[in-house]
Ligand binder design. Structure first.
Ligand SMILES: NC(=O)c1ccc[n+]([C@@H]2O[C@H](COP(=O)([O-])OP(=O)(O)OC[C@H]3O[C@@H](n4cnc5c(N)ncnc54)[C@H](O)[C@@H]3O)[C@@H](O)[C@H]2O)c1
Ligand SMILES: O=c1ccn([C@@H]2O[C@H](COP(=O)(O)OP(=O)(O)O[C@H]3O[C@H](CO)[C@@H](O)[C@H](O)[C@H]3O)[C@@H](O)[C@H]2O)c(=O)[nH]1
Length: 437
């Protein structure tokens, strides 16, 4: 089977490498020449655990190629579309320019029997419009939304919770083509659900809306906990033991960021408004606002500690929107740095993988190469991303590297008792402060 993947970013590069690992002759197409050049050498253009090995294996075996020439998709059995759908500038809606351009560029190379499978996250109604656009070529469209998490992208692609196929009514050929692509994964018992285009599009955005709502729910509890002196972490542990609620995605702190949840809930709300359902999804505005307020709250807590100790230098640990990723799109940690800089504070930051991406996004930020360099000279320490490296820090050692005696833990992830025993005051989000022992 021949597979093409259009768009080789965080989603598409992993998908292409995964397809090659399943034994298919795979070509990845991207308009970004520099990205394609790196991928051709078997080098991932971003940090993702497990991807370097998968890419190298495919490239070395000759089953995985990358190109900027879309004509190379000709003859593919299935063409996956994985281009970006970012937030439109000046609006909450999704920018479909890249999806539309990708489909237009494909048209001359599609033929009878080819299945174009959309993976990008799109507003409901997009798939039908694109199906109508490609119909004259004889190709058929399926919508096959992707649920991978960055940091677990390889594992989630090869062993997903479920596969969702949106197809035109009665399009058995599209279902058969996707079943053939995913045969190895389906053989392991993975659930596969076939539905209309509109349902498949809604499954994707509603899943992200639900996850975002769960996080903002617990962060709303954190706001209340801060006022009454309760501990949101204990609260999450207690309600999470109810299997109907579940403990996952109840970690209070700086909230959600990244290239998906923030822009997806905004685009969903914008689409609902177009459909006359603005009120129905009005709560997503609250979800967004609660989420963004956490960034201000963290900056406020850092500021208050700086004022208390009479300093202005912050040692920031973590810049990526989550651990095991170098992605800083809509990163809460990076936003906290921006707010602190706007307030005239001096931030020196370290992240194990996001140095380059954060440097491009915020050139003014002083980004250093180690924890030791970030904490040296700091008056207050702050944690923005819960990397394992930070969780494993020995506070007794950190105490010898810095004059700071307070840490603001934006992810409620440090062992507060240990840090307090080493002489640090620990300030969390939604938890009572723990004074230094
Ligand atoms: N990142 C994730 O974890 C993830 C997970 C599930 C779904 N998604 C969705 O997948 C889509 C892609 O997300 P991403 O994070 O990979 O974005 P990204 O920005 O990392 O990658 C998009 C890629 O598409 C390329 N591109 C743009 N126009 C093109 C064209 N006409 N032809 C070929 N290539 C083109 C860009 O150069 C870029 O490399 C989005 O809709 C996103 O919401 C992302
Ligand atoms: O309890 C939690 C869990 C997560 N987060 C934050 O939420 C954000 C998103 O985390 P996560 O969902 O793990 O990462 P993504 O890689 O953005 O994945 C989401 O977005 C993808 C793109 O649509 C989907 O495919 C995934 O299923 C969906 O989980 C990150 O900033 C996390 O720090 C919290 O604040 N608290």
């Amino acid at each position: 089977m021949r597979i093409a993947v259009i768009g080789c970013g965080y989603l598409g590069a992993v998908h292409a490498a995964a397809m090659a690992s399943l034994g298919y002759d795979t070509v990845g197409v991207d308009v970004d020449e520099a990205k394609v050049e790196r991928l051709r050498r078997g080098e991932p253009p971003f940090f993702e655990p497990g991807l370097p090995e998968l890419l190298r294996a495919g490239v070395d075996a000759g089953s995985l190629r990358f190109t900027t020439d879309v004509a190379e998709v000709a003859g593919s059995d299935v063409v996956f579309v994985a281009v970006g759908t970012p937030q439109l500038a000046g609006s909450d809606a999704a920018d479909l320019t890249f999806v539309d351009a990708a489909i237009e560029s494909l048209l001359p190379h599609l033929g009878e029997g080819t299945v174009v499978a959309g993976k990008s996250t799109v507003p409901v109604g997009t798939a039908q419009r694109l199906a109508d656009r490609i119909a004259p070529t004889g190709a058929r469209l399926a919508w096959n939304p992707e649920f991978l998490r960055e940091g677990f992208a390889v594992q989630d692609t090869l062993a997903p919770d479920r596969l969702v196929y949106g197809v035109a009514e009665g399009d058995g050929a599209a279902v058969a083509a996707l079943d053939a692509v995913y045969a190895t994964i389906l053989a392991r018992g993975t659930e596969r659900l076939v539905m209309r285009f509109a349902t498949a599009e809604l499954v994707k955005v509603s899943a992200n809306a639900f996850l975002a709502t769960k996080i903002s729910f617990i962060n709303a509890m954190a706001e209340i906990a801060e006022t009454v002196g309760a501990d949101v972490t204990q609260l999450a542990d207690a309600i999470g033991l109810d299997a109907r609620i579940g403990r996952r995605f109840l970690n209070a702190g700086l909230g959600f960021g990244g290239g998906c949840l923030p822009k997806d809930i905004r685009a969903f709300q914008a689409r609902a408004e177009e459909l006359g359902h603005g009120h129905t999804l009005g709560f997503l505005r609250e979800v967004d606002e609660i989420n963004l307020r956490r960034r201000d709250r963290m900056a406020q807590l850092v500021d208050a500690e700086l004022a208390r100790v009479g300093g202005d230098r912050v040692g920031m640990l973590g810049l990526a929107f989550k651990p095991n990723s170098d992605d800083v799109r809509d990163s809460p940690a990076l936003d906290v740095c921006r707010i602190l800089e706007q307030r005239g504070r001096v931030v020196r930051a370290y992240d194990p993988e996001a140095r380059e991406t954060a440097g491009r996004s915020m050139p003014s930020l002083d980004i250093v190469g180690s924890v030791e360099d970030a904490v040296r000279g700091a008056d207050v320490l702050a944690l923005g991303t819960e990397w394992q490296e930070f969780r494993e820090l020995d506070p007794v050692v950190v105490a010898t590297q810095t004059d700071a005696r307070v840490v603001v833990d934006g992810r409620n992830t440090l062992d507060a008792a240990r840090w307090a025993a080493a002489g640090f005051k620990v300030v969390g989000l939604g938890r009572p402060e723990v004074e230094a022992a």
